[in-house]
Design a protein around this ligand. Structure first.
Ligand code: ADP
Ligand code: MG
Length: 581
């Protein structure tokens, strides 16, 4: 539905007024539409494009240098009247004649045609371009009888570029038809659109299905098929348009294509990119070269949930015009390629050079990997429990965060160890991966803790018991430093600080690291449980602080669980380097 409107009957006119007010450098209002805010140069053909409203950026959004000279805008989904087309064309025309461009729909054909008659009667040379890119709307043999959808952008962009480059009316007309004949589009919809002020959509697509071959005026698709994944939708659309790919030899087409992946109104940009990832992959597999693809909303249909894919089979002339600069409110292209040397490498986590390590340190690293794997298994076991605790006043993702984080850390640690990393490097890799995989607040803090702990070790010496205590201490200090939480804020710090202090005290008197960790973990567990009695003052759950009363802080609790597992591990591996101070 449309949330914001005044009188529904005035919606299109109100929108056009606002559009013109927002882009005074590009357009000004004319009767029934907009024209460029600068005069058409003497004897330059005027490209006047239009159709109903409800399709923005089509068509008013494309008025400006390098593209159209004016756009008559009809009511929602209905052609501008002949008099509107005429007024806009009259305003734009300056001795070079007029090209009237529109999608091939009966109403537009009549109204634009009538305006053309009137202009011709007054001695203006007028040519008509009816865009007909939609393969769902008719057989390939009669391509020019099909209806126009997102191909509008391609055809008008190319015609506008030709005019900007000096084409006369004959030339501009020729190249516009050529662009039209080189463009194929195909779309799907998941739900229909609703006219402003209406309570019900023009049509609905049954749940679990999608309508293939939709129009852009609320026409439903030509057939319904089961809903697919993004990749399946990409394949469906691409297979459709590529069925009409011309032979690569001859005709100038050498396997270079422009691509427009067009959202119809409700499909998000991210969704379009998910689909485009597959489209790009498939085109590359087929050996086709994509030239300046456009992924976004170009020809919409109010709030229609759907998308279309257009492919333009380019020759040199079409490619040059597709790439030419344009400056309109909704479509901009700057001249030339971005300056600078093309980049050939980017940093990839885990692919840093692994520093040389001694055998001793590599042995310790193997033990660290075992610890990481144990933490991973422990977090997985408690995933649901941690999640439930976090759901009370937080967002419920703590179980998932800990499971993902430890899984990433174990994998990265073992990967680094396999490449010969020592103790320090293994922990540094694990810390990066934990933060990366877990996301969330606790992921960042645990990642920093592992990184700080790794900083205590080196890649030369075996890890000793005092080094383990120092590393745990450094990890906890990093959490406090980075997170800035104070005791009593109801965070993992409430378990970590008592753990750190108990560990130091116990290890000082016994020099038994396994026992000290176990003991400190028990202290941490008690402290974590005691956080049930306080309200949260940090992190996500502070918003619902009161609600957290009665439930321990999930981060404090999970900390105590993991430290308990660490203690158990140390106690059960008498050969670990840890035992030998
Ligand atoms: P998110 O809060 O981003 O959803 P998680 O749910 O994985 O992340 O982790 C929540 C836990 O993070 C809390 O229970 C708390 O222990 C811990 N936390 C949040 N903020 C801080 C902080 N500033 N310092 C220490 N720990 C914090
Ligand atoms: Mg959370």
């Amino acid at each position: 539905m449309t949330y914001l409107l005044n009188d529904p009957a005035d919606f299109a006119v109100d929108a056009l007024r606002g559009y013109a007010a927002a882009h005074p450098d590009h357009v000004m209002l004319a009767h029934g539409g907009v024209v460029r805010s600068t005069d058409t140069p003497k004897n330059q053909p005027a490209l006047v494009i239009g159709g109903g409203s409800g399709h923005y950026p089509a068509f008013a959004g494309w008025v400006g240098p390098g593209l159209a000279h004016g756009a008559p805008c009809g009511n929602i989904f209905s052609s501008p009247s002949a008099s509107q087309v005429y007024s806009v064309a009259r305003s734009a025309e300056n001795g070079g004649g007029v090209i009237l461009g529109f999608g091939n729909y009966a109403g537009d054909v009549l109204h634009f045609g009538q305006a053309a008659e009137k202009l011709r009667a007054e001695g203006v040379d007028v040519r008509i371009i009816r865009v007909s890119d939609d393969i769902a709307s008719g057989p390939a043999e009669s391509h020019r009888d099909r209806r126009g959808i997102a191909g509008d952008l391609v055809v008008f962009k190319i015609a506008g570029a030709a005019i900007a480059a000096g084409a006369n009316l004959d030339e501009a007309e020729r190249v516009a038809w050529k662009a039209n004949d080189a463009t194929r589009s195909f779309g799907v919809a998941f739900d229909g659109c609703t006219l402003p002020g209406a309570g019900e959509a023009l049509f609905h697509v049954p749940d679990g299905e999608m309508a293939v071959g939709l129009g852009i005026h609320g026409e439903p698709g030509i057939r319904e098929v089961p809903m697919g994944t993004a990749a399946e939708v990409a394949d469906l659309l691409l297979d459709g348009v590529l069925e009409e790919e011309p032979e690569q030899s001859g005709g100038g087409y050498g396997g270079r294509v422009a691509v427009v992946l067009n959202g119809l109104g409700t499909v998000k940009y991210e969704e379009l990119f998910v689909v485009y990832a597959r489209v790009a992959e498939r085109l590359a597999e087929k050996g086709l070269t994509v030239v300046a693809p456009e992924v976004g909303e170009h020809v919409t249909s109010l709030n229609m949930a759907g998308l279309s894919l257009s492919v333009v089979f380019l020759d040199d002339e079409l490619e040059e015009l597709w790439l030419a600069p344009a400056d309109t409110p909704a479509f901009r292209r700057t001249a030339g390629a971005p300056s600078g040397t093309p980049r050939t490498t980017v940093h990839t986590p885990g692919e840093d050079r692994i520093p040389e390590a001694s055998t001793e340190s590599r042995n310790s690293a193997a033990g660290i990997v075992q610890v990481l794997e144990l933490l991973r298994d422990t977090a997985a076991e408690h995933e649901e429990h941690f999640g439930r605790m976090d759901a009370v006043a937080g967002d419920g993702d703590h179980g998932q965060g800990m499971a993902y984080g430890t899984r990433g850390a174990a994998a990265a640690g073992s990967n680094a160890a396999a490449k010969g990393a020592g103790a320090r490097t293994v922990l540094l890799h694990a810390g990066d991966a934990w933060a990366e995989e877990a996301g969330g607040t606790s992921g960042a803090l645990w990642g920093a803790a592992l990184t700080a702990a790794g900083g205590v070790f080196d890649d030369e010496q075996a890890v000793t018991a005092p080094a383990i205590v120092a590393a745990l201490t450094a990890g906890i200090d990093a959490v406090v430093r980075l997170g800035g939480a104070e005791p009593g804020d109801k965070t993992m710090v409430d378990a970590a600080l008592p753990f750190r202090d108990a560990l130091a005290e116990e290890f000082d008197s016994t020099a038994d690291v396994a026992g000290a960790v176990k003991k400190a973990a028990a202290v941490a567990r008690e402290a974590a449980e005691a956080t049930a009695d306080i309200t949260s003052r940090r992190g996500r759950s502070r918003i619902l602080g009161e609600k957290s009363l009665g439930t321990p802080d999930p981060g404090a609790y999970s900390f105590s669980v993991l430290m308990d597992a660490l203690g158990t591990f140390l106690a059960s591996s008498p050969d670990s380097a840890a035992e030998k101070p």
